[in-house]
Write a protein that binds this ligand. Structure first.
Ligand SMILES: *[C@@H]1O[C@H](CO)[C@@H](O)[C@H](O)[C@H]1NC(C)=O
Ligand SMILES: [Zn+2]
Length: 395
């Protein structure tokens, strides 16, 4: 991502119509009973059942992470190999997730008149009974491209490790989601409008890096194209959400993660509630002895930040075109950046395996909390889960 810190941009709220006002009024009334964003916390039992995925996230040998630690400049064979790695994983292990490509082309200042192909990959899991325009989603996002120069750059923190973490997060919530939705169907609650429909989406973005140096037009190629497409694709009439962009309830972007001792501030007052949620998960998991890293300070130390302390500074990254269109963003990126940032040292040797595994656990727990999976994660029997995975890989 860009090293530039800029002042925040004010954005428009989505349009309101009469129905929205009615819904808004209802939400206000419900809000009095149940404060906004106060989702139920996961129980200790559920936290203990959150899978770690640790062996598969090992930088040298992990089946999720190691294959991403190659140069993957947009339009090159390395990029295609990593796309296949993602798709193979979902098709093989998580067939309930819809696979969608979003392709675009652009010229870059490094490649002259040649069109470079940028390929975003989107994996979505929605309740089967829900209309596509009625599902509000947690979008979990990372970029998978690597820098064009220096040649051979790997980008282990930027953003191979975050991509592998998101694969693990998808696997970590999949079984409990299935069970929750089966329970809703069995009880007749499914599709009754008693609850909002909630889905989850992994977005692997291409072309985040600048080819020459970071500007508004030489950066975030994939994110800019996707935000534009999703803003203009309109859902059928009477849908809860007007466009796929509106369907994103929270855009959670991971970047530059995987080195030891990260310091991740809270950047946005509008999503400080979500920051506090994930920070609390980190603190609770540490206290319960569920994390393996041993940092000097919490990864997420900013929970006590007050409204007047938000100065509007943020890091330029893939969220910008979404944020400018009114999407709520939680940006999980350390400041300062890792010392290896944009150097040849951003490689497997400089990842801290414990930190990588802990981030995956923390984000999985946050997703499980957001998706209200407490009782289903609590009931997971880790040994059955392992057996199921073994059975699948033996096929
Ligand atoms: C987008 O690109 C990918 C990878 O090159 C390809 O497999 C896919 O078919 C393309 N999709 C569309 C809709 O063009
Ligand atoms: Zn970068």
């Amino acid at each position: 991502m860009g090293g530039v810190m800029t002042h925040s941009i004010r954005w428009k709220r989505p349009r309101f119509n009469a129905l929205s006002y009615l819904v808004f009024a209802l939400v206000l009334v419900l809000g009095l009973l149940n404060p906004a964003h106060a989702y139920a916390e996961l129980s200790d039992k559920a936290l203990r059942n959150i899978p770690s995925g640790a062996p598969d996230l090992d930088p040298k040998t992990g089946s999720l992470l190691a294959p991403i630690l190659i140069p993957r400049v947009p339009g090159t064979p390395g990029s295609a190999a990593v796309q296949h790695h993602f798709v193979d994983f979902f098709v093989r292990e998580l067939p309930g997730w819809r696979v969608e490509w979003h392709n675009s082309t652009s010229k870059t200042p490094a490649t002259g008149d040649t069109d470079v192909h940028f390929t975003n990959l989107i994996l979505t899991r929605d309740p089967l009974w829900a209309q596509i325009g009625d599902v509000g989603r947690l979008a979990l996002v990372a970029h998978y491209d690597s820098l064009y120069r220096p040649e051979g750059f790997i980008g282990a923190t930027d953003s191979a490790a975050p991509c592998a973490m998101l694969m693990q997060v998808a696997r970590g919530v999949d079984e409990a989601l299935t069970q929750k939705w089966e329970a809703m169907e069995a009880s007749g609650d499914a599709g009754m409008g008693l609850e909002e429909e909630k889905g989850v989406q992994i977005i692997f973005l291409d072309g985040e890096e600048a080819w020459v140096s970071w500007t508004a037009t030489d950066s975030i190629y994939g994110a800019r194209a996707l935000a534009e497409t999703w803003e203009s694709e309109v859902h059928p009439p009477l849908s809860t959400y007007r466009t796929p962009l509106d369907s994103i309830n929270l855009f959670l972007l991971l970047d530059l993660l995987g080195t030891a001792d990260p310091h991740v501030p809270s950047y946005f007052s509008t999503t400080h509630w979500a920051y506090q949620g994930i920070a609390k998960i980190e603190a609770r998991m540490r206290k319960l002895g569920l994390l393996v890293s041993n940092p000097k300070n919490a990864f997420l130390p900013d929970s006590e930040k007050t409204a007047d302390q938000f100065r509007g500074a943020f890091v330029q990254d893939d969220h910008v075109p979404f944020m400018m269109r009114g999407v709520d963003v939680l940006h999980i990126i350390p400041t300062p950046f890792p010392l290896v940032w944009h150097t040849m040292d951003d490689n497997a040797e400089h990842l801290d395996p414990g930190t990588v595994a802990d981030w995956a656990k923390i984000v999985t727990a946050f997703a499980a909390e957001w998706l209200e999976l407490d009782e289903f994660v609590s009931q997971l029997n880790p040994s059955t889960e392992k057996q199921a995975i073994r059975d699948r890989t033996e096929l």
